[in-house]
Structure formats: C-alpha cells, structure tokens
Ligand binder design. Structure first.
Ligand code: SAM
Length: 350
C-alpha cells in the first residue's frame, strides 16, 4: 500500500530532492511519485515506505509519514481537530511541530513552537506519550495557520531537530562565518570524531586545509587539537597564526603536496565540483590522507546529477566510503565526508 511522505529540503532545492528521489526509486526498482511545491522547502513523495534513511540522502533534511492533511483549522482552537486526527490508542515518544522556514505567513514558526508544548501536554494527559525511543514521534507541519499536515517520524528517518536543522552559534573569535559549516560537517557527517587527549605536540593529529583564508575552517581544526597546514595565497587571520598550531602555505592547492601523510584533509575552494572531486581523489589515490571533508559548489541547474557524477568519481576506483549532505550552513553547495577503508600509515614521509 502506498503512503504519502512530506520531505523537507533547503528552499529552492525541491527539484534536486525530487531528482534524488526518482533516482532512488529507479535503483530500488519501485514506482514512486513526487509532487514538488516550488520554493517552499518541501516535496510530497508517494511510496510504500520511507525512501531512505535521512543520513543517506543528500538533499532531505527531515521526513514524516503523512496520516492526514487538515485544512480550515479554526483561528482559535486548533488543538481539537489535530487531536481528532490522531488515533486514540497510538503512543509517541514525543512531539515535533514545524512550519515553513521561508515564504510562510508571519509568526508561523513561533506559533508552531508554542503549539508543540500545548499538544505535548494534551498527549501526556491522555497517556499517549512514553519515552520509548523505538516509538514514533508525532509530527505536525503547519503549511500556514489553517492547514497542517499530521503524521509521524521514525528513528533514522526523521531528525529530532526542528526542520532537521542543527542550530549552532558562531564563536566570537572565529575568523569567519564559514567555521560553522565545518562544525556542522563534523557533527553530521563525522559524528564518530572524538577529541582525544594528546600528551605532546608530536602526537597531535595533522590536517591540511585547502583554500584556508581567512581561517574559519582552520580555527575549527585547531579547536579540535589538529596541527594544520593552511594552503591559500590569501592572508590568514593573525590571531589564529599566533596559536602556534598553524603553518601557512601560500601556494596553489592544485599543486600542493603534503610534507607528511595526514589524518584529515579539508577543502573549501570555489571551483568546478568535478575538478575539486578530482583533487580529493588524487589525495586518496596517493594515500596522503585517511579522511576528507570538503564542499562542492553547485551553481548549475541539474545539481543532483552533478553531485552524483562526483560521488561516482570518488567511489569507482578508490576504496572509500562517502557521505554527502546539503547541510543547513550550505547555500548553493553540498558537503562530503570521505574515509579510506584502510589505515594511512607511515607519517613524516618528508
Ligand atoms: C570560501 S573561501 C574559504 C574560506 C575558509 N574556509 C574559511 O573558513 O575562512 C575560498 C578560499 O579559497 C582560496 N582559493 C581559491 N582557489 C584556490 C587555489 N587554487 N589554491 C589555494 N587556494 C585557493 C581563495 O583564496 C579563498 O581564500
């Protein structure tokens, strides 16, 4: 039996998400149908099950299985019709009320946050909330003040964060706003990353930052205890250079070769996505790094096709795993995490 799913993405990327869903459907050999609503930040998808776990999708931020779409919600009492749409014997681990992030009516986001508390309280009273993490989350998505989509989200298929967005605050001493991009990438794409204790600077992990200036990404790496080779012809933030953890290499990233094998390569260069992917592939083919985090700028129309070509390039000849996501701090771009399946050994190969 087919169900309907509401899947959120960055506003303006609805067609890219639809292309990703179509590609997924044809790979899995199932018929699917997608209805996009331009510039609203979501699409409707019809299929027998959730299309993919959230972690495996490039453009999906949040997903819910729709049980009912309510229209003509009254101005004053929206609670009763929403409670009526929920089966009385169904329990949830929690409630998530969301709304359009952009192009929605004024105040709808604050309203949905407040409504979430009201709805959760009502469900507590009726004994329908239980903190069992295997239970679904009740999801309500307000299209406006009169229309709401009611449904549920399941573990691995929906995010506990509102609209699937991890909200981060920029540190006052970070040299650029870009630092948030790398912080989000670490948390979403490389959650296994641990801040290990290092006895002395000889055992500190080593990173290379390609296209590093003014230093937002380098700052994030230093914060995580890395010694960093920062490659850019542009100037680096002087305060960051005083940390003693950064070596500025004023040269072209496409010709740079690391003086030793490194633990992590990061790259934030504004270049054609395929060219950047070839550069990253070169690092793995030469065994210069164990892992990489980088982004691909997507100024073209067929963005999903461009991303797919780059992922294919990275996976066809290299023994690597690849994760790719459009993060909240990504605008016309996506971020990738690549990890070699074998250890890179033999440091200090100067
Ligand atoms: C988006 S900015 C990087 C911002 C940086 N990640 C941060 O957090 O501050 C892109 C940088 O790439 C550098 N860049 C562009 N092409 C490059 C190349 N071929 N080699 C080295 N750096 C390059 C530019 O000079 C620019 O500083």
């Amino acid at each position: 039996m087919d169900h309907e799913f509401l899947i959120q993405c960055r506003q303006g990327f609805e067609k890219d998400l639809a292309a990703e869903l179509a590609a997924w459907g044809s790979k899995k050999n199932f018929a699917s149908f997608t209805r996009t609503v331009e510039d609203k930040g979501y699409v409707f998808f019809k299929g027998s099950a959730f299309p993919f776990p959230l972690q495996e999708s490039v453009f999906a931020r949040q997903m819910m299985k729709v049980s009912e779409t309510l229209s003509s919600l009254p101005e004053k009492n929206k609670l009763d019709p929403i409670l009526e749409a929920i089966e009385k014997d169904q329990s949830f681990q929690g409630v998530l009320c969301e709304s359009l992030l952009v192009n929605g009516p004024k105040g709808i986001q604050d309203f949905s946050k407040k409504f979430e508390r009201v709805l959760e309280k009502a469900l507590h009273t009726s004994g329908q909330i239980s903190r069992d993490p295997q239970l679904p989350t009740l999801h309500v998505f307000f299209l406006d003040y009169e229309q709401a989509v009611v449904g549920c989200g399941l573990k691995n298929y929906c995010s506990r964060e509102r609209n699937g967005i991890l909200r981060l605050r920029r540190s006052s001493d970070a040299p650029s706003r870009s630092s948030l991009k790398l912080e989000e990438a670490f948390r979403i794409l490389f959650p296994e990353h641990k801040l290990e204790k290092h006895e002395n600077s000889e055992s500190l992990p080593i990173a290379v930052d390609l296209g590093a200036a003014p230093g937002g990404w380098t700052y994030e790496l230093v914060k995580r205890n890395y010694l960093v080779y920062s490659v850019d012809n542009g100037p680096m933030n002087p305060k960051l250079m005083q940390s003693g953890r950064v070596s500025h290499e004023a040269t072209d990233a496409f010709h740079y070769r690391p003086p030793e094998k490194v633990d992590l390569l990061v790259c934030d260069i504004v270049e054609k996505p395929y060219q950047v992917s070839e550069l990253i592939a070169k690092w793995f083919a030469n065994n210069w790094t164990r892992r990489a985090i980088f982004n691909l700028k997507l100024p073209m129309k067929k963005r999903y096709a461009a991303v797919k070509d780059c992922i294919e390039l990275l996976t066809q000849d290299l023994d690597c795993t690849v994760r790719c996501k459009q993060l909240f701090h990504d605008r016309e771009e996506v971020t990738l995490f690549v990890e070699s399946r074998h250890e890179v050994t033999g440091r200090r190969t100067k």
